[in-house]
Structures are given as structure tokens and as C-alpha cells.
Write a protein that binds this ligand. Structure first.
Ligand SMILES: Cc1cc2nc3c(=O)[nH]c(=O)nc-3n(C[C@H](O)[C@H](O)[C@H](O)COP(=O)(O)OP(=O)(O)OC[C@H]3O[C@@H](n4cnc5c(N)ncnc54)[C@H](O)[C@@H]3O)c2cc1C
Length: 378
């Protein structure tokens, strides 16, 4: 059977894209190389409920039991401050369930999903897979970081995340640990799913992710591992062109995850949504400028924020442990209160600027980053 659109990658971006295309009565096929949608789960699962709603996903009622109450951020010397995140309505979700829920939406709209089928290459009339050639008018690359990894290795960080049982994981309390020596250019994290259970992860430039996470856990002791995942994350922001002829690139494959935290459920999912709408329009009009609307819409929503995030990342990458410790010392309760009240999980550079822009911190980090900081603050 021929299709209007074939999408490689049955995860959040590809499935939302398929849902939108099928909603407009087009023939769309999603091919997923794994044996089951949503498995293996390679995600911390932190997302805002507002983001989920914008993606067209109504959170299950039980999802709301997984509300994140606070995020405690640790400096290398162990000092910390805690942001009350109740107002942001961030939840920890099961990615397995989320992906399956979106797959169901896409199928109800008429999309076909085939697992154990892997994209191999583009052909004149469509694509080649392990099961033979499939003809299509548009090919969507939604293969995640695996698609981008060969194009530019400098934007990739190795990461490891273990799902574990441990008494020291507290319900609703996220923890983030900065240490330039242990996690260069990134951090370690604890994301609770419930009391005594959650996801613990590390990422960093050039680290041995397996060794680093074992060390992190070794320092905390008394845990049992449920599942281990090792996956690269992309922190370099969007690629230049989301549309190349009849090929459309969405989600992490297009670099649509946040440059600060590599979180991409919302921004990559929105890539799938905008692409699906643009492709549907193109299939009606056959006018390629309709396809270009996808990149325009995504950039209008996330472009500026991602640029600032990339810039903030560059500054943070240059801070050594001493400077980070000093920055933490100058964080006042007023700043923490303001961030708690006004932070936006999906567009969080405002908070980063707040932290980096405090008078005392500006002095601390001054000589090192003064020019860049001024640019960021402006
Ligand atoms: C350790 C870790 C923790 C994370 N935590 C969070 C978090 O807490 N919050 C958040 O918002 N984001 C988080 N992210 C990022 C988030 O997982 C991604 O941004 C999001 O999954 C991107 O969705 P996607 O559909 O673009 O790609 P992916 O989810 O990567 O999916 C790509 C799909 O393509 C399939 N595929 C690959 N190659 C082929 C092929 N040749 N043929 C067919 N199919 C193929 C894969 O099997 C996969 O199903 C995390 C990422 C990692 C690695």
C-alpha cells in the first residue's frame, strides 16, 4: 500500500505528527524499529500539565498524583536551595503510557503503526525499510537523537538513567546536583515517581556514564535497580533546516530538546504537531511554502527561548566549582521566592537570568563572564 506520509520513529514527535496528518484524512504510516511503542523508556518523564494540554494530551487523573512539589538544587560543596514548584504544575509521567496514549489517538484518527520496522534510506519514490520499499509523498524523520548523532557529535552528551527503589527518594521532590568535575556541562538528577521509587540520572561531556552513575549511587547506598538506560542527549539546539525537499525532520532529530536540560517532551512534541499541520496543508495545496510554515511556527514559539538557553549553557559550562559554590552563596531567599512564584518550566531562561544576574553573583563571576552576562541580561 502507498502512503501520503511515512514517519520513521514512533515516539512523542512522530506519533503527534501522525495524529495530526491522519486527523486531516491523509494516509499515514508510522514505522518504529523497537518491538513496542514506548519501550524501552528513555526519559525522566518531567513535563508541565500545560505542555501536555497544548500537545493535545489529557493527562490521566493518576498523573496528577505525581505532581512535583519542589526542586532542590545542590552546589558542588553540598550547599543547596529549594524552589517550590507547585505553581508550575510539573508532573512525573510514565513515558511508556504517554507514548501509547498518543499512539492510540493517532490510530483512532486512522494512522497505521508498524513496529519492528526500521528506516534504512530514502529512495526516489519513498523509503527503504528492513521489510522492503514503501512509497510516499512525504517522509518524516522522527528518529530522535540517533538521527542527528552522525551529523554533529559536538552537541551530544552521554547519559545514564536508572530506575530504582531507594528510601532516600522522596515523593514530589526533585533533586539536581551540579559538579563541573563529575558532570561537566550538565548535572545529576533524582526524579521521584513515588515515595521510595524514581529515576536517577547523570550526563556530562566525555564522561563514562556507567561509571559516573554507579559512583553517584554508591555514595547514597541502599538501592535496588529496576531498569537501566544509556542514551545520548542533544544540547545544541535546533538544526538549521527542518524541511529538506520532501523530507521533514521533527523532534529530537531536529534538535528540538532544550539546550539547558535536554527536556523535549513538550518542545519536540510541538515540533511534531506543527509539522503534522503543515504537511496536511501541503497535501491539499501541493504548495511547498505550506511546509515551510512548520519551521516558522516552531521558531516563533521556541526560537528566542532556545537561543537564550544555549547562551546560558555556554556561560554555565565555563564556571568552575569554586565559582558555582560562590554563586549559590549569594542566592537570597527573595530570589528563591520570586523564582518559585514566577518560573515557567517550559520557558525557564527568565529564572536562569535571575540567578546569574544577581548583583553579588555578577561580581563573583564578573571577570570570567562579564561580557557574556551583560549580553544575556540585555
Ligand atoms: C535520560 C533522559 C532523560 C530525559 N528526561 C526528560 C524529561 O524528564 N522531560 C523531558 O521533557 N524530556 C526528557 N528527555 C528528552 C525526551 O526523552 C526527548 O526529548 C523526547 O523523547 C524526544 O522525542 P522524539 O519523538 O523526538 O524522539 P525519541 O523519543 O528519541 O524517539 C525516537 C524513536 O525513533 C525510533 N527509531 C530510531 N531509529 C529508527 C529507525 N531507523 N527506524 C524506525 N524507528 C527508529 C526509536 O526507537 C524511538 O522510538 C530525556 C532524555 C533522556 C535521554
Amino acid at each position: 500500500m502507498d502512503f501520503d506520509v511515512v514517519i520513521a520513529g514512533g515516539s512523542v514527535a512522530g506519533l503527534i505528527c501522525a495524529r495530526e496528518i491522519a486527523r486531516n484524512k491523509n494516509r499515514v504510516l508510522v514505522i518504529e524499529e523497537d518491538y513496542e511503542i514506548g519501550t524501552p523508556e528513555h526519559c525522566g518523564g518531567l513535563v508541565s500539565t500545560r505542555g501536555l494540554e497544548e500537545l493535545g494530551v489529557i493527562p490521566f487523573r493518576k498523573t496528577l498524583e505525581h505532581l512535583i512539589e519542589s526542586a532542590e538544587i545542590f552546589a558542588p560543596n553540598g550547599n543547596s536551595f529549594s524552589i517550590n514548584s507547585k505553581k508550575q504544575k510539573v508532573v512525573e509521567i510514565s513515558r511508556r503510557e504517554l507514548d501509547k496514549q498518543i499512539a492510540h489517538q493517532a490510530q483512532k484518527n486512522g494512522a497505521t503503526i508498524k513496529v519492528k520496522t526500521s528506516f534504512q534510506e530514502l529512495t526516489d519514490k519513498g523509503i527503504k525499510t528492513n521489510e522492503g520499499e514503501i512509497k510516499c509523498k512525504i517522509f518524516v524523520d522522527a528518529r530522535g537523537v540517533s538521527s542527528i548523532i552522525h551529523k554533529d557529535r559536538t552537541g551530544i552528551l552521554p547519559s545514564a538513567q536508572y530506575e530504582i527503589y531507594a528510601d532516600w527518594i522522596k515523593k514530589g521532590k526533585v533533586k539536581v546536583f551540579f559538579d563541573k568535575k563529575k558532570y561537566p556541562g550538565f548535572f545529576a538528577w533524582i526524579i521521584p515517581s513515588e515515595e521510595g521509587k524514581g529515576k536517577v540520572g547523570v550526563a556530562g561531556k566525555g564522561i563514562n556514564a556507567a561509571e559516573t552513575i554507579e559512583k553517584f549511587l554508591g555514595e547514597r547506598k541502599n538501592y535496588s535497580i529496576i531498569r537501566k538506560i544509556f542514551a545520548p542527549i542533544w544540547i545544541k539546539g535546533p538544526i538549521k533546516k527542518f524541511v529538506d525537499g520532501k523530507m521533514v525532520i521533527v523532534g529530537d532529530a531536529a534538535g528540538q530538546a532544550k539546550p539547558t536540560t535536554a527536556g523535549g517532551i513538550f518542545s519536540s512534541g510541538m515540533g511534531g504537531l506543527f509539522a503534522g499541520q503543515a504537511i496536511s496543508k501541503f497535501l491539499k495545496s501541493n504548495n511547498t511554502s505550506d511546509l515551510d510554515e512548520y519551521q516558522k511556527k516552531w521558531t516563533a514559539k521556541f526560537g528566542k527561548e532556545f537561543e537564550t538557553q544555549s547562551f546560558a549553557r555556554k556561560i554555565l559550562e565555563r564556571l568552575d566549582n569554586d565559582t558555582i559554590n560562590k554563586l549559590f552563596e549569594s542566592i537570597t531567599p527573595e530570589i528563591v521566592k520570586e523564582i518559585s512564584e514566577k518560573d515557567d518550566f517550559d520557558f525557564h531562561t527568565r529564572s536562569i537570568v535571575k540567578l546569574l544576574g544577581m548583583k553579588t553573583s555578577a561580581k563573583t563571576a564578573g571577570v570570567l563572564i562579564s561580557g557574556e552576562l551583560k549580553k544575556l541580561l540585555s
